[in-house]
Ligand binder design. Structure first.
Ligand code: NOJ
Length: 721
């Protein structure tokens, strides 16, 4: 429980607070003085693809005890390891809306990373933001809202860096689709850039992230990794970023422009063919000819060394061993995030939790683990059997896999329930499995990933928002044969559910997301009622794919014409009724909301404070506190995610409402507690393009607290003079 007055202290007392850039820079300067020009070039230039133990490596420099430096994917744990866990993807931990679980996940991932001697774990991901619901890598990040993304970025980074591992905020910036990601130009206006896409990176910088990865795409016509405005102006000046910028793998296009624009490290150092190299000896020449100032090279090295010292990696860091056994007891976090990220979408007649059924019929290929082996597809590049994550570089091998059918069978034994199983998507072979069953559970999926792998004709981005493997037909067929159907969806992102909802016998929909190795166990926890579901959607589920107004762009340019109106911001503005709105999720209990209280006296006008990591210092000050009382008015223990949305004065021309706070609290039946939302100056500011500053507009702000973006329970106002 958090009292409203404890909240502010809690927000600032973070692991990041113990990190001291000034001390790190002092050490970096002392070491820099000892380096030869060749040492410096080697610190900023990767050794080449596949030329070291990690996906990115630089050579050691003995004079300063700088190690063979190791950078490894990725955002959910160690890729290409064999003794580590596969944590849940970003989208699943986002669905929990649970700050403590986000932070613990970061910490546990980093404990494994450090145990393997890896210096930089290449995550978390805030780009894509997910403006395109079919974007192939949305599942690596934290959902289609910058505030939610920002909180999850900060918690993850602080958790990771608290154990001495460098985090990496990626992909900076505007990498919203896989199609043509290495050629496309994301063209955007200044305000949208700041209020949506830069926003979570500001949180990352504020959390003292050690490194940032620039993305493959162009921004307004210039490559992201040689974009002076994106790197020098926005990231290093406006956000006060103290760490270093590395390229995405092979995302560098020049020697001089990238160096002078703010790039600090090239990865993997050469391109994948081992052909062209832009730094290395070419950078040496560019410095000696004066095209790149020596001070710029020194700045690159200083930033890289400072990050290394910041995390204390200069003393007692383990040797690199990607095969080390580092799992520990971290699976507790995987089970908790897998479980608490499950969103209950529909529960007619309280069919869930299950009530000791005599027979359960399980249907669908996704009910069982991949029959070819749980890690049989490189980088999880297939959708065979139960789904736990998308595919691509942001994956890890499963140490084990709890499949739904196995977990349900184990649990069913305690109730004496008979299990029928048809581990197939065929509409004609499930009859005996569901015959005589009180309840049939159908498992369907939708998958996506990184574009270097094509799975069942999906080249990274999804081709549509329908379930894979004829999931709609399978549900229809089972619903024609069984009166009580529960549909379990494992998916990377929104799926159009209209066909499924049109079947009257579909009584429940369990949105199980991407639960990684704890897939089945997490599901059992929820469908048997050991835990009441408490996840909420981190994106909108529309009635039709066209309702999103965005999709993968085929040409050379993505003009971001939708501006600020992405996901629920668009649905609200256009009056489009979603099927399940952003922030939605049912529980086995009920929560009532009362006593909203809005307190604060913010002043209108621009932010003025000094630049600290994250931007002007005053942007991060709490200026308003909103409190409300939440009561568990139902019959069982449960957790509620209370959400705060702000509507700005009309003159600000902002989306109708924007998420600016959330708190999750667990309550016993009949119990109540107070939630407190700390509203920072940034949360009530808009980016003023003329002033080139965050500005608090004057006028009346509306604060609404509710159970989703549309289930508003309380509201209050505050006038900023
Ligand atoms: C490309 C991906 O975009 C990036 O996320 C990853 O870290 C690198 N490859 C290295 O595998």
């Amino acid at each position: 429980m958090r009292s409203p007055f404890f909240a502010a202290a809690f927000a600032t007392a973070s692991a990041a607070a113990t990190l001291d850039w000034a001390a790190a820079y002092e050490k970096a300067n002392a070491s820099l003085a000892k380096l030869s020009q060749n040492d410096k070039i080697s610190i900023v230039t990767g050794v080449g693809w596949n030329k070291g133990p990690c996906v990115g490596n630089t050579a050691p420099v003995s004079s300063i005890n700088y190690p063979q430096f190791c950078l490894q994917d990725g955002p959910l744990g160690i890729r290409f390891g064999s003794g580590n866990n596969a944590f849940v993807p970003g989208i699943q931990v986002a669905s929990t809306w649970d700050r403590a679980l986000m932070r613990e996940r970061g910490q546990f991932m980093a404990e494994e990373t450090k145990g393997c001697g890896i210096h930089v774990l290449l995550g978390p991901v805030a780009g894509p933001l997910g403006k395109n619901p079919a974007g192939g890598r949305n599942w690596e990040g934290f959902g289609a809202d910058p505030y939610l993304q920002g909180i999850a970025m900060a918690e993850t980074i602080e958790g990771m860096q608290s154990v001495g591992v460098q985090a990496n905020a990626k992909h900076y910036l505007l990498n919203e689709q896989e199609l043509n990601r290495e050629t496309i130009s994301s063209n955007i206006d200044d305000r949208t850039l700041h209020e949506l896409y830069l926003w979570p990176f500001a949180d990352a910088v504020h959390a003292n992230v050690a490194s940032v990865m620039c993305s493959y795409n162009k921004i307004n016509g210039t490559w992201a990794c040689e974009h002076p405005y994106a790197l020098n102006t926005l990231l290093k000046k406006e956000l006060g970023f103290q760490g270093y910028v590395m390229t995405d793998w092979n995302a560098q296009h020049s020697t001089v422009e990238s160096a002078t624009s703010g790039l600090d490290m090239t990865m993997p150092g050469t391109d994948f063919n081992g052909g062209s190299q832009y730094w290395g000896s070419k950078l040496t020449q560019a410095v000696s000819s004066g095209q790149v100032p020596q001070s710029r090279l020194d700045d690159m090295v200083r930033r890289i060394l400072a990050a290394w010292y910041l995390l204390g990696q200069d003393s007692g860091y383990p040797a690199i061993n990607l095969k080390a056994n580092v799992q520990g007891t971290h699976k507790t976090n995987i089970r908790a995030t897998a479980r608490d990220g499950i969103v209950l979408l529909k529960n007619e007649g309280n069919i869930l939790p299950l009530k000791k059924p005599k027979k359960l019929g399980l249907v669908g290929s996704a009910a069982v683990a991949n029959p070819q082996g749980i890690n049989s597809c490189t980088d999880q590049g297939c959708n065979t059997g139960a789904l736990g994550m998308g595919w691509g570089s942001g994956t890890a091998s499963y140490p084990y896999f709890s499949a739904p059918a196995d977990a349900i069978k184990a649990r069913a034994q305690t109730d004496g329930t008979q299990i029928g199983l048809s581990a197939s998507d065929s509409t004609s072979s499930f009859r005996s499995a569901v015959d005589g069953a009180d309840v049939a559970i159908v498992f369907i999926t939708s998958d996506s990933g990184e574009g270097y792998i094509t799975v069942e004709n999906h080249a990274g981005d999804r081709n549509n928002l329908d379930p894979w493997h004829n999931g709609n037909d399978l549900v229809k067929a089972v619903a024609a044969a069984s009166e009580n159907v529960i549909v379990v969806v494992h998916s990377v992102g929104p799926v159009i559910l209209e066909t499924i909802l049109a079947q009257p016998n579909v009584k429940a929909i369990v949105w199980a997301g991407l639960p990684s190795q704890e897939n089945g166990n997490a599901l059992v926890d929820v469908i048997y009622g050991d835990t009441s579901p408490s996840g909420k959607l981190p994106y909108t589920i529309a009635k039709s794919a066209a309702d999103y107004g965005t999709s993968s762009v085929r040409g050379a340019n993505d003009d971001f014409k939708e501006g600020l109106y992405v996901d629920y911001r668009r649905f609200d503005k256009e009056g489009i009724v979603p099927r399940y709105e952003f922030g939605f999720g049912l529980s086995y209990t009920n929560f009532t909301y009362s006593n909203i209280f809005v307190d604060g006296r913010p002043t209108a006008g621009p932010a003025t404070g000094d630049i600290i990591p994250g931007g002007n210092v005053d942007l991060w000050e709490t200026v308003i506190t909103v409190t409300a009382t939440i009561t568990n008015s139902g019959a069982v223990r449960g957790a509620e995610v209370a959400q705060l949305y702000i509507s700005y004065p009309e003159s600000a021309a902002t989306p109708p409402k924007q998420l600016r706070g959330f708190e999750k609290l667990t309550l016993e039946p009949g119990a109540e507690d107070i939630v407190a939302f700390d509203i920072k100056r940034r949360d009530i500011s808009i980016w003023d393009t003329a002033k080139q500053s965050w500005v608090v507009p004057s006028g009346v702000f509306n604060f609404t607290v509710g159970a989703s973006s549309r289930d508003i329970r309380l509201s209050g106002t505050l006038e900023v003079p």
